[in-house]
Design a protein around this ligand. Structure first.
Ligand SMILES: NC(=O)c1ccc[n+]([C@@H]2O[C@H](COP(=O)([O-])OP(=O)(O)OC[C@H]3O[C@@H](n4cnc5c(N)ncnc54)[C@H](OP(=O)(O)O)[C@@H]3O)[C@@H](O)[C@H]2O)c1
Length: 335
């Protein structure tokens, strides 16, 4: 089979498009023929070695795929050949990567593709949607009526947080640094605040006397010390893009019983991922899927170029200012 793989970490030039042996599913595994694979920021972190994940070289790039089961392991009876499935667990922790013509995935890490979902649209949404669901429900424990502040709401994860926050009954404030995405974010049910990331908490606090219950910064530039000062009692800051350092006033943390909590999708257990996948699927079944903006569709062989664009900040933009996602599709299967 062909794959976009690497045999050592490094810059995007370590990605080769070439032949690897066809994999065979073992016990507890299925083999999937991907129809679409997402390019996520985390793929760049894994490939570059900046995030040290155990890797079974040669390993294909990519963690999210949507595809069709084409073989099953000897003891797998509840998933069959031809089933449409997705996973968000490929390509790290010694598992095979997604950008290959055939990918072996653990049975307990594949989930059914919703009937209404197009593979490209679904795969583009998986990383932001699973991040948003896990951060809001598993970490923040968001409750209806609570004020949720999303900094960087026009980004992929930010847009997913806004959609899931509104669907969960939160009072969602979407912070963006310009107003281009404002009309769309408002149509989703969010109040829009235009502010620099490092002034976001203060700008929102002026509008909510009761304080902020949950703040999630997707830009890595928000001022967490200021966010902590503006939290309501038992408020939470969920850190998922931790780029800076800050000094937090621990007296405020103590007397208001606040939480500043880290989150990384890669650390979720199989059970947690299944719960997240169930919520993502339920949103599709309700006709309110968490959507992402597909920026551009490229071939698997363009994986290195896609990584370069990701690293240079060259991601496509929608006309209304949202960051567009890159999706890779395999070459046509010879008939
Ligand atoms: N912890 C986890 O498990 C997890 C999971 C998924 C993603 N992440 C992380 O979450 C972050 C966001 O991912 P994403 O896919 O949503 O990225 P994205 O689509 O590129 O969005 C980036 C957002 O950050 C904003 N931004 C960029 N530079 C900025 C600056 N200098 N000042 C203010 N805002 C700025 C962008 O606003 P403009 O459009 O105005 O530039 C946009 O809103 C990344 O760091 C990613 O690694 C973490």
């Amino acid at each position: 089979m062909h794959a976009a793989f690497f045999t050592r970490t490094g810059d995007a030039s370590v990605i080769e498009w070439g032949e690897l042996p066809d994999p065979t599913p073992g016990p507890g595994q299925v083999r999937v023929r991907p129809r679409a694979v997402a390019v996520d920021a985390v793929d760049v972190l894994v490939r570059s070695g900046r995030w040290r994940a155990p890797l079974a070289f040669p390993v294909a790039v990519g963690r999210d795929l949507v595809g069709v089961v084409d073989a099953v392991g000897p003891d797998v009876h509840d998933v069959g050949i031809g089933d449409r499935v997705w996973t968000s667990s490929a390509g790290y922790a010694d598992r095979a990567g997604a950008t290959a013509e055939l990918v072996v995935v653990d049975r307990n890490r594949v989930y059914p593709v919703p009937a209404a979902a197009d593979p490209i649209e679904l795969v583009a949404s998986l990383h932001p949607a699973t991040t948003a669901v896990a951060a809001l429900h598993l970490r923040a424990g968001i409750r209806p009526g609570e004020t949720l502040v999303v900094v960087g709401a026009n980004g992929a994860v930010g847009a997913a947080l806004v959609q899931e926050g509104v669907a969960s009954g939160a009072d969602v404030i979407a912070v963006v640094r310009d107003d281009r995405s404002g009309a769309t974010l408002s149509s989703w049910g969010a109040e829009v605040v235009v502010a620099a990331a490092d002034e976001a908490a203060g700008a929102v606090a002026q509008r909510r006397e009761g304080g902020i219950h949950v703040l999630i910064d997707t830009t890595g530039r928000a001022d967490t010390a200021s966010a902590v000062r503006h939290l309501a009692p038992r408020g939470r800051v969920i850190v998922l893009a931790g780029r800076t350092s800050t000094e937090v006033d621990l007296w405020t943390v103590q007397v208001r019983e606040l939480r500043v909590e880290g989150f990384i999708l890669s650390a979720l257990s199989v059970d947690e991922l299944q719960a997240v996948a169930a919520r993502v699927g339920a949103r599709w079944a309700e006709g309110r899927p968490i959507r992402a903006h597909v920026g551009e569709v490229l071939g698997f062989a363009d994986a290195a170029g896609a990584h370069r664009r990701m690293e240079s900040g060259g991601l496509p933009r929608t006309a209304d200012g949202f960051v567009g996602r890159l999706v890779l599709v395999p070459p046509p299967v010879p008939s």
